[in-house]
Ligand binder design. Structure first.
Ligand code: SAM
Length: 230
């Protein structure tokens, strides 16, 4: 049984996917995809010995050694240029995911789709996509075990950037697709964030030295949230 958030990641892979899952841990995602689609092939990358061994074990257990290659290494170092067409990276902070993509940029030329699931700070990935010729084409948010997970899908070309001139910063912060969908999970996530922000704003206002720049930024964010969930 695969978690809902990883099922959503999997749902954005095309049939016959040739992909790498970086930070694969137990390789549950590549196993799930390859069991469902007999033409899919994957590389499961892991930097740490424990999860690497778990991945090898799971792939053997499922009899998928012929189609899933488990490799040990840091980020995109485990893939060669032109080896995969899609990339999944899930369950880490957006800053770490962005730094993995940045460090392995030269391996991405033939990667037509990136599917990422950052645990926090998705804005860092939306920005990375814009600066690196990827176009955000879909977003989903799921709530599971009291956590909110955002899944971002970006393609190499073929679509226009989803941001508007007038509201770009707000769309970057909240997610241009998520904002439009206004799903239950989206509203619940941002209600919780708004509560945190109000607390942060109050404590800034009560400090001896008020950091005006910071205060402005947080008030701006709170405004965006309130507009989006009202
Ligand atoms: N992707 C799985 C998921 O979403 O359930 C596992 C997420 S787990 C929280 C993060 C995994 O990423 C860990 O197994 C960790 O060892 C691995 N990891 C962290 N940094 C990495 C890197 N630079 N390269 C490869 N794997 C990395």
């Amino acid at each position: 049984h695969l978690s809902k958030r990883l099922q959503v990641v999997a749902s954005y892979l095309p049939n016959s996917a040739q992909f790498a899952d970086i930070g694969s841990d137990h390789a549950y995602l590549p196993c799930y995809v390859c069991l469902q689609d007999t033409r899919a092939r994957a590389i499961a990358g892991e930097v740490n010995e424990g999860p690497y061994q778990s991945a090898i074990h799971e792939v053997q257990q499922q009899g998928l050694q012929a189609r899933i290659d488990v490799r040990k290494g840091d980020g995109l170092q485990v893939i060669k240029e032109n080896e995969v067409e899609q990339l999944t990276i899930a369950g880490m902070g957006a800053t770490l995911i962005a730094s993995i993509l940045e460090a392995g940029k030269h391996k991405l030329e033939r990667v037509s789709r990136l599917i990422v699931q950052p645990n926090i700070n998705a804005i860092a990935l939306r920005e990375w996509f814009v600066h690196n010729d990827y176009v955000l084409v879909a977003e989903e948010i799921v709530e599971e075990d009291g956590h909110f997970y955002e899944i971002l899908v970006a393609d190499r070309q073929g679509a226009d950037q989803p941001y508007t001139e007038a509201e770009k910063d707000k769309e970057m912060y909240l997610g241009p697709f998520l904002m439009k969908q206004r799903s239950k999970a989206f509203i619940r996530k941002w209600e919780a964030e708004a509560m945190k922000l109000r607390r942060v704003i109050r404590s800034i206002q009560q400090a001896d030295q008020i950091d005006e720049g910071k205060l402005k930024r947080f008030e701006q964010q709170l405004n965006w949230i309130e507009e989006a969930i009202q």
